[in-house]
Write a protein that binds this ligand. Sequence first.
Ligand SMILES: [Zn+2]
Length: 247
Amino acid sequence: MKLKNLGYFILAIFTCLFLVFGNLSIVNSQSSLPELKTHPLPIFLASLNPIDKEDYFSEIKTSPVGYLIWTHFPLKVYLEKPTETDVSIASNRRFLHWLEIMRKGVTEWAQYLPITEVETEDLADIFIKRNAPPLKPKFNSETGLFDFPPATTAETKYTFYLSKDQPQLLLHKMTITVSPNLADDSTLSAILHELGHAFGIWGHSQNPNDALYFSQVRDTPPISERDINTLKKIYQQPTKLGWPISN
Ligand SMILES: [Zn+2]
C-alpha cells in the first residue's frame, strides 16, 4: 500500500490556514500500514488534571494515518542556528535573538511534555527553521487566476517515515518554519502555536485565550488548560503512528 501524504498548517498574519498536499510513498506494495490503535496515555499527560475541563477536541483533524501522536519521549527538537556566530554582525545578533525566543517557546511546552534539544537535524523529531514560509498561491476557478494568501508568519508540516529497526514502525517528523521578520511577542506566539500543532493539536481553537487560537491576537496567549485538555484527549485516540507495518 502506498502512503501519500504531507500535511501543512500555515499561520498567517490574520489567519492560519490548513492545507494538505503532496506525495510521499514510503510503504512498498508488499507491505500494509498498521491498524488504527490506541497507545497508552503517556504518564506525564495522565498526571495533568486541569481544573478547567473544557477543550476544543471537536476542532482536531486526523491525518491519513489517524491522530498525529508521538510515542517515543523525550521528543527531540533541533533549532536552526546561524552559520556564523560573530555577534558583531547585526544579522547574526538578530538570528540569535530569534533563537532565544524559540527556546523560550520550547521551554514553555516542556512543562507539559518531555522535550530535549538535539545538536543535529537528522536526530530531530521536530525541526524548527528560520524562514519566511513561502506564499502558496491557490488557483481560483472563477477568475482563472492564482490568488496569493496574506503573508504567512509560520507553518508546520509533517512527513512520515519508517524506523530502521525491525519491526519497522510507522513514524512521523514535523518541520516548523517561523519567519525572522516578526516582532518579539508575535514570534513567541507563533512558536507556541506551531509547537502545539507539532505535538498533535492539528486544528484550531475558537477561543483567543488559547495558544492554538486560529488568529494572532495582540497579547501572546499562554498555553491554556484548554490546550492541554485537548492534547490529552488527542493522545487517547487511535493512530497508525508508532505501530509496526506488516510485511
Ligand atoms: Zn495554526
